[in-house]
Write a protein that binds this ligand. Structure first.
Ligand SMILES: C[S@@+](CC[C@H](N)C(=O)[O-])C[C@H]1O[C@@H](n2cnc3c(N)ncnc32)[C@H](O)[C@@H]1O
Length: 224
């Protein structure tokens, strides 16, 4: 039912069970990002974009000394987040049109970029930029691309292909493509939005056979 709905309604349906699915960002990834961000703090206020049930907001709670906000457009997901963490601020909004003035010190996002078509990313990154104060940081993990022919490569390719067939045949669409979010292009797009971009390896998440990190954290800083 979720896959036959729009993204927003699909997550409304999934919300009560979302934390039991593999779609919630695993604790190991959240911990690795928190550990990599900790030395860059302290941070004042923070915002988790596409917060779902609050995985990333939990990271912000440990890093930020002031307001922590989670933003999502699924009412169901926000209800679950609010039930788990009533003390944080939960805002219903489409992250392509954020209702904030520039003011956050830190923005994070986990597990949601596949929901945006490549053509939508400049707008998404511009919104993240616009929510940060000058000097603020937009951080998120990004996995190394799967080796061509490996099992993860075949699985992700198969998922994306099934989604493309589904979206060619059915309305509303449910956009979720795993293979469209690749570091070199994303880096360029972030720079075009005005960010200064660097990456750090998340060594706790392991290495590929060639010794390169399995996962990196992108650090996009708004200059100032
Ligand atoms: C796979 S879940 C990830 C949730 C959470 N960040 C995590 O890592 O567990 C993707 C989330 O993105 C939200 N989302 C997708 N597109 C969105 C948009 N345009 N604006 C706001 N939220 C959006 C969905 O409602 C869903 O809660």
């Amino acid at each position: 039912m979720q896959a036959l709905s729009s993204i927003e309604h699909g997550y409304d349906l999934l919300a009560p069970k979302f934390d039991e699915t593999p779609f919630r960002t695993p604790a190991g990834v959240l911990d690795a990002v928190a550990a990599a961000l900790e030395p860059l703090g302290p941070f004042g206020s923070g915002v988790d974009l596409c917060c779902g049930t609050g995985a990333g907001a939990g990271v912000l709670r440990g890093l930020c000394e002031q307001r922590v906000v989670g933003v999502d457009f699924s009412d169901g997901m926000l209800r679950a987040a609010r039930a788990a963490e009533p003390d944080l601020d939960w805002v219903r909004a489409d992250v392509r049109r954020l209702p904030f003035r520039p003011g956050f010190d830190l923005a994070v996002s986990f597990g949601a970029f596949g929901h945006f078509l490549p053509g939508e990313r400049p707008r998404l990154f511009a919104q993240a930029y616009g929510a940060l104060r000058p000097g603020g940081l937009f951080a998120f993990p990004i996995a190394a691309p799967a080796r061509v022919g490996s099992w993860p490569y075949v699985a992700l390719w198969g998922f994306d292909a099934a989604m493309r067939v589904r979206n060619a045949l059915l309305r509303p669409t449910f956009v979720m493509y795993y293979r469209t979010f690749q570091l070199p292009v994303v880096r360029q797009e972030l720079e075009q939005a005005g960010f200064e971009v660097s990456t750090v390896p998340l060594t706790a998440l392991g290495e590929l056979p060639d010794g390169s990190p399995r996962c990196r954290m992108v650090l996009a800083r708004r200059p100032g």
